[in-house]
Design a protein around this ligand. Structure first.
Ligand code: CMP
Length: 264
């Protein structure tokens, strides 16, 4: 379902309203989403960091809102792409499937993250599937709107290039790890990465609120569940990680071990 901020098409000959929109107009246009929340999501998104207020306002006027249920596909690999997305709330998994159905998780995205921009620039098909792993609310920006926005606000284009460079750097790291590191080291690196990305400080270390399943960890580091199970349980026995209910504590000792390995 797509909820839009109603806007006449660029070349529309529709007469302009005779009065400025009222609060009621704005609320019905965005189907219950608070315009201030939309603006705040854009202003806080790393992709739109350090943009002038005029650029934030321009983006706010162009996006629409889409709500997706858990398990839904937002982007399907190999399909043509005509819009990109910013996550307002919820989580998205970027994933590719092999012919056997085996999956590799490329990234887990959360509020403020963006996706779906690659096919808007190279005109190729979608490079991966993007699935909602929680009930998710998205801001949707079409290719035409993004291009018009960039023509007036070049800073956004620089931010997009920075984001793609960051992603390429991460992909390089993953390729190097697959070639050079054993499963144990890859698992440690991913657990520490997860803790840094989404962990909250606790008395025993960084607490990852939603512990990934062993199958999810296997999909993230290119291994199988049984191997991950052995490596994960050994780390827990050594006291380097502490599974606690649905959460996971990543201890400072594990973080130190990952850093030492990197420096070696
Ligand atoms: P697009 O190819 O349009 O659709 C799939 C999206 O997944 C892609 O744009 C990116 O936004 C996102 N994506 C693809 N590969 C990665 C990756 N390695 N890390 C994070 N996001 C990715």
């Amino acid at each position: 379902m797509t909820f839009g901020i109603a806007r006449p098409p660029a070349n529309s000959s529709a007469p302009m309203p005779l009065r400025p929109p009222t609060t009621t107009d704005l609320r019905s246009n965005i189907n219950g989403e608070d315009p201030a929340r939309i603006r705040a999501t854009i202003a806080r998104a790393p992709l739109f960091a350090a943009l002038p207020i005029t650029a934030i306002e321009d983006l706010t006027s162009r996006v629409t809102v889409r709500k997706v249920a858990v398990g839904s596909s937002v982007v399907a690999q190999d399909e043509p792409g005509d819009a990109m997305f910013v996550i307002m709330s919820g989580r998205i998994k970027v994933v590719m499937f092999g012919e056997s159905g085996r999956e590799v998780t490329l990234s887990l995205l959360r509020a403020g993250d963006s996706f779906g921009e690659m096919s808007l620039f190279d005109q190729g098909p979608r490079s991966a599937h993007c699935l909602a792993i929680e009930p998710t609310t998205l801001l949707v920006l079409t290719r035409d709107d993004l291009m018009r926005h960039i023509q007036a606000h070049a800073r956004t284009a620089i931010n997009l290039v920075s984001e793609m460079a960051r992603r390429l750097r991460r992909a390089d790291e993953t390729i190097a790890q697959l070639a050079l590191c054993d499963v144990n080291e890859r698992l440690i690196h991913r657990l520490v990465g997860l803790a840094r990305e989404e962990g909250a400080s606790g008395p025993d270390g960084l607490v990852v609120r939603r512990r990934p399943t062993q199958q999810e960890l296997a999909n993230m580091i290119g291994s199988c569940r049984e191997t991950i199970s052995r490596a994960f349980n050994q780390l827990a026995r050594d006291g380097l990680i502490i599974p606690r209910g649905r959460s996971l504590v990543v201890t400072p000792a594990l973080i130190e071990r990952a850093e030492k390995k990197k420096a070696a």
